[in-house]
Design a protein around this ligand. Structure first.
Ligand code: 5GP
Length: 253
């Protein structure tokens, strides 16, 4: 059996060279980190849940014409994705105040915003992913003005899709983070949604009770993270209704 070539190991995922040029295998780990990796744990089952949830969201986006890197899920923890050059920005869309924005602006968490607000952070762990403006992005050449127009439009389309899907299962989409990749088709460059979309990168609150069903459960020690993610997966119908929290998932290959 040949050893696969590891391309990159991140906090929650490992990337391997894919079976064909231009493809990558994205492996979802059980590692959870928060506060720039100051808080760490291994949460059994998290990788399996994020793999199927990210598949669900990315497939939905592909189906409504929002391009993503997702090709297909391979097994419980892995998916095949299109290789792309990641734009060094975290694109955050907020519908309600929470997290760093609530803190920065002294707002109560959960306050509805007058319209979706899009923020950009530089992807740099050493600096703690600092908030940057479009001025910084243009001046330092992280993305062009045309890219920024396309990124804004992608981010808002993802927001409309995710907010609608979540509303349909009784969940409020507070905010989320996406990453954007560049792919080259001959003379053309296109921007696509990359990385993952999962409760690790979104804030999801139950509409009725306000219960948090996202990574804040881990960040703020609010209970079982796998219970929360399992609840999201069950409501979306990607796990059988009677499924118990996936404490010990079995790898199928
Ligand atoms: P905040 O800026 O309030 O910490 O985060 C805003 C949203 O983006 C939240 O849904 C949060 O989960 C997501 N987010 C921000 N930074 C990161 C990151 O480095 N990794 C992940 N997975 N999500 C992030």
């Amino acid at each position: 059996m040949a050893r696969r070539k590891k391309i990159y190991e991140g906090k929650a995922k490992t990337l391997y060279e894919g079976p064909e040029p231009g493809t990558i295998v994205q492996y979802f780990k059980d590692d959870a980190t928060a506060f720039n990796a100051e808080k760490k744990d291994v949460i059994e089952g998290k990788g399996v849940l994020n793999n199927i949830l990210s598949e669900y969201f990315m497939t939905g986006l592909n189906n409504i014409g929002v391009p993503t890197h997702f090709i297909k899920r391979l097994n419980m923890r892995e998916q095949l994705v299109r290789a792309c050059e990641i734009v060094p920005l975290e694109v955050i869309v907020r519908n309600y105040a929470a997290g760093t924005m609530a803190k920065r602006l002294g707002m109560d968490e959960g306050t509805q915003l007058p319209r979706p607000i899009v923020e950009y952070c530089l992807k740099d762990d050493k600096l703690g992913d600092p908030l940057v403006t479009e001025e910084h992005i243009a001046a330092f050449g992280w993305a062009s003005q045309q890219d920024m127009d396309d990124i804004l439009s992608l981010a808002l389309r993802v927001n409309d899709f995710l907010a609608g899907v979540m509303y349909g299962v009784g969940i409020k989409l507070i905010d989320f983070k996406i990453e954007i990749g560049r792919v080259y088709d001959g003379d053309f460059m296109r921007l696509i949604v990359a990385d993952e979309i999962s409760p690790d990168s979104c804030r999801l609150w139950d509409i009725e009770t306000g219960q948090k069903l996202d990574k804040d459960v881990f960040r703020r020690d609010l209970g079982s993270l796998t219970d929360a993610y399992t609840e999201v997966a069950k409501r979306l119908g990607v796990l059988p209704k009677g499924a118990t929290p996936m404490a010990k998932p079995t790898l199928i290959n």
